[in-house]
Design a protein around this ligand. Structure first.
Ligand code: LAC
Length: 217
């Protein structure tokens, strides 16, 4: 691999553990994991569909729409207060336990988040997980009003850090996000915590790790 001059991290599922979103679902269903899985799948699907349609709405709106669909699809009853509580789980996420040590290990080079999250959602998660002091940039797709894996989103990283994509390591736990970043020339690490198969999208990560403390330096 070429020398790495900066790191660009995906947010949800990579730095931030969305487990608390599953916990919040316990109040309305005996199978919160099923709700959480469908909610996440629809959330991503809506980002891709809205990007193709040219009808951007921010990630907060997309996430709420995906939740409302998922509740109906699963036949679950939830009032407005319960929906608000589920949404608020996104504003108080914890990071995965190894994240502070992993970022500490990389300190000295610029570290950034590049995420679908809206600026408000990302600021809240950075604050609640205590990562603010370790990150130099928090970049949201909201700046270009479309979603990953649009090339214009990934271009935000090199622009903000002043480093070309091939000298940056993009880090994501989402295999499709790995493919999107690789397709536009980043060096890419896939944090594969669950032993998932790689996507068949014609590009592969340069390196695969199971924890962020194993990233190449
Ligand atoms: C993000 C989603 C893809 O943070 O996890 O951009």
């Amino acid at each position: 691999m070429a020398p790495i001059r900066g790191y660009v991290f995906d947010a949800y599922g990579t730095l931030f553990d969305v487990h608390s979103v599953i916990e919040a679902g316990r109040a309305i269903t005996g199978d919160p994991a099923a709700l959480s899985t469908l909610w996440r799948q629809k959330q991503l699907e809506y980002t891709w569909l809205r990007s193709l349609m040219g009808r951007y709405e921010d990630f907060w709106a997309v996430t709420e729409a995906a939740l409302r669909f998922s509740l109906r699809r699963l036949g679950l009853r939830a009032g407005e207060a319960e929906i608000a509580r589920l949404m608020e789980a996104y504003l108080s996420l914890a990071c995965f336990p190894e994240v502070p040590a992993a970022l500490e290990r990389l300190a000295g080079r610029p570290l950034a988040i590049l995420s679908n999250g809206s600026p408000r959602m990302l600021q809240a998660a950075v604050a609640s997980s205590g990562l603010g002091a370790r990150l130099q940039h928090v970049l949201s797709v909201d700046a270009v009003k479309t979603y990953k894996p649009a090339p214009s989103v990934y271009a935000l990283g090199p622009r903000a850090l002043g480093v070309p994509a091939d000298a940056l390591l993009f880090v994501s736990s989402n295999a499709w996000d790995v493919a999107g970043a690789k397709a536009v020339g980043y060096q890419v690490a896939w944090c594969n915590r669950t032993g998932a198969p790689a996507e068949e999208l014609g590009v592969r990560a340069d390196v695969e790790v199971s924890r962020l403390t194993d990233l190449p330096v």
